[in-house]
Design a protein around this ligand. Sequence first.
Ligand SMILES: [Zn+2]
Length: 316
Amino acid sequence: MIRKKDGIHVYQDVKHVLDSRNSIGDTNFVSHAHSDHAFKKNGEIICSKLTEKLLQKRFNADVKRVEHDSIQLIDSGHILGSSAALIDGKILYTGDVSTRDRAYIEGFQPVEAEELIIEATYGIPAYRFPDQEEIERSIQDWVEENSNPLFLFAYALGKAQKIQYLVQEVTERPIIAHGSVLKMNNVLEKHTDLEFNTLPYKENKDLLKEDGIYIGPTSTSKKQYINKLVSQNNGLKAGFSGWALHNSMGYSRYDKAFPFSDHCDFNELVELVEQVEPEKVYTHHGFDEQFASYLRREKGFNARALKNNQSSLTDF
Ligand SMILES: [Zn+2]
């Protein structure tokens, strides 16, 4: 039985709790270190080695990574360290997922499973992203074409590092990072081959009056101290998200918004489901209802959206 409560609960021989902030199961799986998935308690969790390090640093969490015979981790291609879980070789839980290679990360490789629990963030046909190489090239072109100070806003873990990586490929201009980005850069520099050479904001903010490039979390795009720097120095602001495709979720407020996403787009979600060839599909998050309905109607899958506290199998 599969239920959505606080996280997703899968009842097999034991109770598996997936991506919950608070619920405790016989096993507790954390797909990645984004805060909407992060285990907020201390204790033993099933996750990748890198996710353990990121959780410890990001949330000061006293978590310890353990393994369980029934859970196999598979890279989910969302951010470094992110994993999908294959439970008892039968139930595949994607967590946040992308099948597209981007910057330095490789996309998820689907495996076959009897049941699939899949995120549906961009689960409607309106969200088909342009070719990834094109998007990355357009980001780099924009950086090269604009010598004014640039202010880039992206999720502090995952997106911010990919953007820094792309920027560093085309320019040696100083990159000045908000503390939350710097903190995550440091963990990745310590545990992977990536290097960011980013400078801390406080000591280097004057570089943003010249040719410096700022990178910070989306929340800082509304901060007065940032907007003052932008307006006084002819700065340009850019955002990076799949939502930028239709300027939704506030992406129209930037001078430039790139549809660079760490999730599958609609076509990729459909392909993923087809490759897994499941007997049952459970969708959750984002356009969950719409995606499940598309899979039923157009592709003949036994699919439904997981809603809070609704049981599944029995009332499928
Ligand atoms: Zn995520």
